[in-house]
Design a protein around this ligand. Structure first.
Ligand SMILES: CC(C)(COP(=O)(O)OP(=O)(O)OC[C@H]1O[C@@H](n2cnc3c(N)ncnc32)[C@H](O)[C@@H]1OP(=O)(O)O)[C@@H](O)C(=O)NCCC(=O)NCCS
Length: 153
């Protein structure tokens, strides 16, 4: 799998991935805005060239925030999200970013498992933050101090 920064021509593939892989799709407009104003990376399958994962993040001074990570349903639980998160965290460390933040739906056990396996710690809980078809659910706030991760070679 190839992990690389997103290019403008990836937008339609990312919109299609969002439709297929995101239980709460962002839609074309938000994704186009993200291409303009955020940092993002894709994972590309080696032979088909298909875009199978996307990570979108923002950065302000020495803090970064994960906005979204998506992996195509057919290739989940193969470590793709972990590799993509690690690639992103390594870039942040190289840029001397100190802290990484994210918010996740309380019901999203898969994503919470991923973040906790990478060392993120829960620091907050916002009740009734997200809409659901049944009503509302809480957001869990997580943080990771990048100073605590050993630097790679
Ligand atoms: C969350 C998501 C990105 C994980 O992608 P993935 O490539 O399957 O994750 P990985 O294979 O790298 O998993 C790494 C670890 O995360 C945890 N994890 C991932 N999916 C999990 C699940 N469904 N249930 C429990 N733990 C899970 C596990 O600890 C896993 O390690 P293990 O497989 O060795 O047990 C993917 O399920 C997805 O795209 N979900 C829909 C979009 C979404 O919810 N994004 C996050 C909100 S921003």
């Amino acid at each position: 799998m190839l992990i690389r920064l997103t290019k403008a021509e990836d937008a339609s593939a990312v919109v299609a991935l969002d439709r297929q892989a995101n239980p709460h799709p962002w839609g074309e407009k938000l994704i186009m805005d993200a291409f303009d104003s955020r940092q993002s990376w894709v994972v590309q399958a080696p032979e088909s060239g298909e875009i199978v994962a996307w990570l979108c993040a923002s950065q302000l001074y020495d803090q970064a925030e994960l906005e979204l990570i998506l992996v195509a349903p057919s290739i989940r639980r193969q470590g793709i999200a972990r590799q993509l998160m690690n690639a992103w965290l390594q870039v942040l460390q190289e840029q001397k970013v100190a802290e990484c933040l994210l918010e996740v739906r309380e019901s999203n056990a898969g994503a919470i498992g991923l973040y906790e396996s990478l060392g993120f710690a829960q620091v907050g809980h916002r009740k009734n933050y997200y809409k659901t078809p049944q009503g509302r659910e809480a957001a869990c706030l997580y943080t990771l101090s990048l100073n605590e991760i050993p630097q790679g070679d």
